[in-house]
Ligand binder design. Structure first.
Ligand SMILES: *[C@@H]1O[C@H](CO)[C@@H](O)[C@H](O)[C@H]1NC(C)=O
Ligand SMILES: *[C@@H]1O[C@H](CO)[C@@H](O)[C@H](O)[C@H]1NC(C)=O
Ligand SMILES: *[C@@H]1O[C@H](CO)[C@@H](O)[C@H](O)[C@H]1NC(C)=O
Ligand SMILES: *[C@@H]1O[C@H](CO)[C@@H](O)[C@H](O)[C@H]1NC(C)=O
Ligand SMILES: *[C@@H]1O[C@H](CO)[C@@H](O)[C@H](O)[C@H]1NC(C)=O
Length: 372
């Protein structure tokens, strides 16, 4: 902590020592196994996540862009921090303490990932970086902060956010998000990754061969017309059941006539009801495991968040260009998002996570890479 404080001070005095020259230059965390994490100030995004395997092959497992502008344009939120309320808010409306709020809505009449200029499109401040980060060996970290003013995208309260990314020699990227507010506000801030453990290196790359396990017995069913959450449903006997390992492609055809793939929010850790403990509890527990059998590359996701969204990029159609000129198609990557309950409390069965003055919002996630 003392060293973190000291280097924060150094950072404040000597901005040039904070890792990068221009604002679009990535901040690079490195560990002693050759893993690298490239962070952008825009959206506090994980732009590149370079993971070596035991054969010495290093692949970039995060979908993303070569340029920061694509993130600012909102082409994809992959790897970025989203908020003030990630996910969907039906009709862009919510009520809090007897007051109704109307947010900016998208084409479908709902608000997605915080609205028009959500946190993934903002320039975050690099507040501190570990002394070794420029050539770091291990335990490299960086802290990014954002002030979200009262009325931001029509949300109430001045919210101060901080995200700390820490890369360890155990090949873990730890993402620790915290926020405080001076007025009550619904909140759901988290990193929204799209992974492909084989590397998204060609237009026809897919994650259908990735094998997934999710520590969840219930998912949140949604209205097929509106997509709003309705009730909890047991996963048992459904294609949503990942309590045992299954290839993502194994049962995805069962959605061919509906939403074309997985878009499922799971209640984690065997819970059978939406908890009032909105912000989860330490320590982070194992929520999901993703394995690419051909390379043996594997990822454990641990979190304190109460739910995980699985989304298999069902609507990608090669419309935009990602790193290296690749145009990802349907199922090119898989999102595994550690989030709070959906829809800002519009559905009474799923009360809104509300941050009040004096409380601290936390979202703690660990992405742990290894070989099987
Ligand atoms: C971002 O959006 C602007 C304005 O629409 C456009 O001119 C620019 O080409 C876009 N850039 C990228 C990289 O998509
Ligand atoms: C950091 O790494 C670069 C490239 O590997 C090297 O040129 C430079 O001398 C290193 N700096 C320090 C302080 O070790
Ligand atoms: C937000 O901060 C501004 C500027 O400090 C202040 O004037 C305003 O009262 C604050 N809003 C709330 C809801 O606390
Ligand atoms: C950092 O690296 C050094 C040298 O490789 C090692 O001795 C030490 O245990 C590492 N620290 C952590 C926290 O992994
Ligand atoms: C996938 O694309 C690559 C290059 O774009 C090509 O070489 C390969 O044959 C394609 N594979 C399949 C199965 O279509």
């Amino acid at each position: 902590m003392a060293s973190r404080l000291a280097s924060a001070l150094l950072c404040a005095l000597l901005i040039a020592s904070c890792g990068a020259e221009s604002d679009d230059e990535p901040i690079i965390l490195r560990n002693s196994n050759g893993m690298e994490v490239h962070l952008l100030r825009t959206g506090a995004c994980v732009q590149r996540l370079l993971v070596p395997d035991s054969a010495g092959d290093t692949v970039d497992v995060m979908m993303g862009f070569d340029d920061a502008e694509s993130y600012r344009n909102g082409t994809s939120v992959s790897g970025c921090i989203i908020g003030r309320y990630g996910g969907r808010i039906t009709g862009g409306k919510f009520s809090l303490d007897g007051k109704d709020y109307q947010l900016e809505t998208g084409k479908d009449g709902n608000t997605l990932h915080g609205g028009g200029i959500g946190y993934s499109k903002r320039e975050w401040e690099l507040a501190a970086v570990s002394p070794g980060t420029a050539n770091g060996t291990n335990d490299s970290w960086a802290v990014l902060t954002l002030d979200s003013p009262d009325g931001d995208q029509n949300f109430p309260g001045n919210v101060s956010l901080e995200v700390t990314y820490t890369l360890t020699d155990a090949n873990e990227l730890i993402i620790d998000i915290s926020a405080v507010s001076d007025a009550a506000t619904p909140i759901n801030v988290f990193n929204h990754p799209y992974f492909n453990l084989a590397g998204l290196t060609s237009d026809n790359a897919t994650i259908l061969d990735h094998v997934l396990t999710i520590n969840s017995d219930y998912f949140i069913a949604t209205d097929p017309e509106t997509g709003t959450p309705t009730e909890l449903e047991p996963v048992a006997g459904s294609p949503e059941d990942f309590t045992d390992a299954h290839a993502i492609g194994e049962r995805i055809g069962e959605f061919a006539n509906t939403i074309k793939g997985y878009q499922t929010q799971y209640l984690l850790f065997g819970t059978d009801k939406a908890s009032e403990d909105f912000f989860g509890a330490e320590p982070a527990q194992l929520a999901a495991t993703l394995v690419h059998p051909a390379s043996g590359r594997a990822l454990d996701i641990l979190t304190t968040a109460p739910t995980m969204v699985l989304y298999t990029a069902n609507s990608l159609k090669g419309k935009f260009e990602t790193k290296g000129g690749v145009r990802p198609q349907q199922y090119a990557a898989v999102a595994l998002e550690a989030t709070m309950l959906p829809d800002a409390g519009n559905e009474p069965a799923f009360p809104a996570p509300v941050l009040r003055p004096g409380q601290e919002y936390r979202n703690h996630v660990v992405w742990r890479f290894y070989d099987v």
